[in-house]
Design a protein around this ligand. Structure first.
Ligand code: FES
Length: 74
């Protein structure tokens, strides 16, 4: 029996309904780090589940994720 992981498609901060693809150019233009991005947009400041993805977006430029990243609390 083959077990496959569920497919995921993570492309935004759900709480603020802001797509990473829209946030990345703003962050690059303004030179935001994760904290600055949160202050400016509210993303990552509510439930916080998007924080690992925002961090990866800022570091690598990835705006769509097809696997889960460890949460900040793990
Ligand atoms: S999903 Fe971004 S703060 Fe909740």
């Amino acid at each position: 029996m083959t077990v496959t992981a569920p497919r995921v498609h993570i492309d935004r901060c759900i709480c603020r309904n802001r797509r990473f693809a829209d946030l990345l150019p703003l962050a690059r233009e303004a030179g935001w780090d994760l904290g600055s991005l949160g202050q400016a947009t509210g993303c990552g400041e509510q439930c916080g589940l998007c924080r690992p993805y925002l961090r990866a977006m800022l570091a690598k430029g990835t705006t769509v994720f097809d696997r889960l990243l460890p949460s900040d609390s793990e």
